[in-house]
Design a protein around this ligand. Structure first.
Ligand code: FE2
Length: 293
């Protein structure tokens, strides 16, 4: 196994010559330390069948079963399917997921610590995942914004990204939103979190899921968030990983925002995500719930 580290100050190490079917606990532990250090790992030359992919994810922690079952792979609920290509003539998963800045499961009390994504069908042309380094984002945040946020928490929810399903026809949007909120009422987390392994602080806010800053008047909260979101779009903070055949991405949600990008309309695309709880608190002071153990 060869580790190609990123240039100083950048994220994303590339791992060459990794053989997932023979990955040991010790090797997984080493790779976990690497993902905490470099925030994103890209394994190259990977070819995995579905069960082997789940078995690999288990070496790194506890695979998540996503709370909405229409995202599940028909035979493997641990695999979250993003796809616009039918499987055996049937719709599978959900098309066009994650095309907004977010951190996975930020809207739950126990967010998802790490994520694997394995592209299965790569469209011609440009198809990528974009990342923002939230440690660097905090370090470079203008001082007035940092002061305004530092000791506050934010509220996160995902209702605006609910994907309407075929069975929702003739139902009111208000009813669909209320049903979604019963399953997923949102969560409060500190605006600045401390990583349980590296001890580094990161900004924990995303344009997709962060709805407001707790304890601030609505207008001021929205203005503050808009200023932070503008900072998060700074080109110097954004890293792009263009999908290549055989790539497997693995990242740390505590330190990154990400979004799906590219893929021209009408072009087939499919990827398999497995969310993995690494068994550590999401941030210092965050409760570790049963789901994550
Ligand atoms: Fe995501």
């Amino acid at each position: 196994m060869k580790v190609e580290t990123p240039p100083e100050g950048r994220i994303g190490a590339r791992i060459h010559g990794f053989h997932p079917n023979t990955c040991t606990k010790e090797q997984a532990a080493t790779l976990r330390q690497l993902v905490y250090r470099h925030k994103l790992l890209v394994f190259t030359g990977i070819d995995l069948d579905d069960q082997d992919y789940i078995d690999l994810a288990r070496q790194f922690g506890k695979p998540q079963v996503y709370f909405q079952d229409h995202y599940h792979h028909p035979a493997h609920p641990e695999i979250f399917v993003s796809s616009n290509v039918p499987m055996d003539g049937k719709k599978v998963g959900v098309a066009g997921t994650g095309r907004f800045w977010h951190s996975d499961y930020q809207f739950f009390d126990e967010p998802l610590s790490t994520t694997f994504v394995l592209p299965k069908i790569i469209p011609e042309g440009h198809r990528a995942t974009l990342f923002v380094d939230m440690v660097a984002a905090l370090r470079t945040l203008p001082a007035n914004l940092r002061r305004a946020l530092e000791s506050r928490s934010c509220f996160h929810e995902a209702v605006m990204y609910y994907k309407v399903q075929p069975g929702d026809i003739d139902r009111a949007i208000a009813e669909l939103m209320a049903e979604f909120r019963r399953l997923s009422p949102g969560a409060h987390h500190p605006a600045v979190i401390t990583h349980p392994v590296t001890g580094q602080q990161a900004l924990y806010i995303s344009e997709g899921f962060t709805m407001g800053v707790d304890g601030m008047p609505h207008e001021a909260s929205q203005q503050l968030l808009q200023d932070v979101f503008a900072h998060l779009r700074s080109p110097a903070l954004v890293h792009e990983h263009e999908w290549g055949a055989g790539d497997l991405m693995y990242w740390d949600n505590r330190q990154l925002n990400h979004m799906s990008a590219g893929g021209a309309p009408g072009q087939g695309s499919r990827s398999y995500r497995i969310g993995v709880y690494d068994g550590l608190p999401f941030y210092e002071g965050c409760k570790l719930l049963e789901t994550a153990l």
